[in-house]
Design a protein around this ligand. Structure first.
Ligand code: NAP
Ligand code: FE
Length: 384
């Protein structure tokens, strides 16, 4: 048995109708609240009005910041702090996808720490922040249980991270009612982020027996439920919300790998959803790690496959089933970008170094080249 440490704080409240508990649970941290959310979903769905009514009932004083864009920028986080104009708050509530939650987490830290997000990026650790309450409305990032806040530096066109124990939400409210309105495409995209988290956490060099439990259970649920969740099954979406939280716990312990590191380029330069970016790199990264002796065969076996090849084929089939594009060429990447992509991948060393082996630039180029060709040809090359 290997040595390990497992640290996971925060209350998790799961169930239909649990959003009604938001006011009461938030009030336990104080009466002045900053509510952070995205631009359209919260207001258009009617959930924002419902939340504000719930806050009024328990006597909370609320400031709303509803300007978080997908892949939130450092500037958005700064604007979220300035919206308070010096007014004190006791607790920050995030309602939305990973973007709104991550912005809420960074704002909660900056209110306490001061300065700009640039002063507090990885490898620094965020040890102080206001209490955070998180309500995820997508089924992918697991941000409601992680110590990460993933932001975008728009000047350098890079994904950057604030991380630390104070960024783990004190309360996560997982109410499947909020996922009923998700378009099928968003279920597919975010579901592949959760699947990446689960599979990457298992093969990560920081994996432990306990993080494996979370990773394997998440992966099983996702393989069995993502297609029906995408097509609208409420029960399957409920399970996806649960699985994305489990996978969040897994990466909170073990971290992500090359899949995330290589995918960031596609999000930052081609505006591709984070989960789709991961899905387009996952099969080739798994095959690479398998050939280099990572724990991919063990992962496959524990998930009920006969070989790592069967696992990779199942990932490809799942991507086909839920309508993920076949290749990075089909989303508009040109072959002329390959050199820049390889160079940029190595600026995400924190992810690359966390895999079972550190790839060379040639190996990364090869993985991007396979992703460029697409899944169809790749599967044939594996069988022959
Ligand atoms: P997202 O960027 O939060 O949301 C994508 C879009 O979906 C937004 O336009 C949003 O609308 C909309 N939306 C949210 N909930 C919805 C619902 N229930 N029904 C209909 N539309 C809805 O997407 P995400 O995949 O959840 O988050 C991605 C971000 O999380 C990336 O920045 C990624 O890097 C980060 N991430 C963080 C972690 C972590 O541990 N912190 C882990 C993985 C990924 P509005 O804009 O109107 O709100
Ligand atoms: Fe992710």
């Amino acid at each position: 048995m290997p040595n390990f440490t497992f640290e996971q704080s925060g209350k998790i409240v799961f169930g239909r109708g649990s959003l009604n508990e938001l006011g009461r649970l938030t009030a336990s941290f104080g009466s002045r609240v900053l509510l952070v959310t995205g631009r359209s979903f919260a207001v258009n769905s009617g959930f924002l009005a419902k939340i504000l009514e719930n806050f009024r009932e328990v006597g909370l004083d609320v400031t709303v910041f509803q300007e978080v864009e997908p892949n939130p920028s450092l500037r958005t986080v700064e604007r979220g702090v300035h919206v308070l104009r010096g007014k004190s708050v006791d607790v920050v509530v995030g309602f939305g996808g990973g973007s709104a939650l991550d912005a809420a987490k960074a704002i909660a830290a900056l209110i306490v720490l001061g300065g700009s997000p640039l002063d507090h990026l990885y490898p620094r650790s965020v040890d102080r922040a206001l209490p955070i309450v998180a309500v995820p409305t997508t089924t992918g990032t697991g941000s409601e249980v992680t110590r990460y806040s993933v932001l975008t530096n728009p000047l350098e066109k890079k994904k950057v991270v604030m991380q630390g124990p104070a960024l783990v939400p004190k309360v996560a409210i997982l109410d499947p009612d909020v996922t009923d309105l998700m378009p099928g495409r968003l279920v597919a995209s975010t579901g592949f982020d959760a699947l990446s988290h689960a599979l990457e956490a298992f093969i990560s060099r920081r994996a432990s027996p306990l993080s494996d439990l979370f990773a394997l259970e998440a992966a099983r649920i996702i393989f069995n439920n993502l297609p029906s969740a995408m097509r609208g099954s409420k029960e399957a979406r409920e399970l996806m919300l649960y699985a994305s939280m489990l996978a969040g716990v897994a990466i909170n312990q073990a971290g992500s790998t090359m899949v995330h590191g290589l995918g960031y380029y596609l999000t930052v330069h081609h505006d591709l959803h984070h989960g789709v970016a991961n899905s387009l790199l996952l099969p080739y990264s798994l095959a690479y790690y398998a050939e280099k002796g990572g724990r991919v065969s063990e992962l496959a076996e524990k998930l009920g496959f006969r070989s790592w090849f069967e696992l990779v084929a199942a990932v490809c089939k799942l991507a086909d089933d839920v309508g993920i594009p076949d290749s990075i060429a089909s989303i508009g990447v040109s072959a002329g970008e390959l050199d820049a992509m390889v160079e940029e991948a190595f600026s995400y060393k924190r992810n690359l170094e966390n895999g079972p082996v550190m790839p060379t630039p040639e190996e990364v180029r090869n993985i991007y080249a396979m992703a460029f060709e697409g899944r169809r040809g790749f599967l044939k090359s594996l069988t022959h």
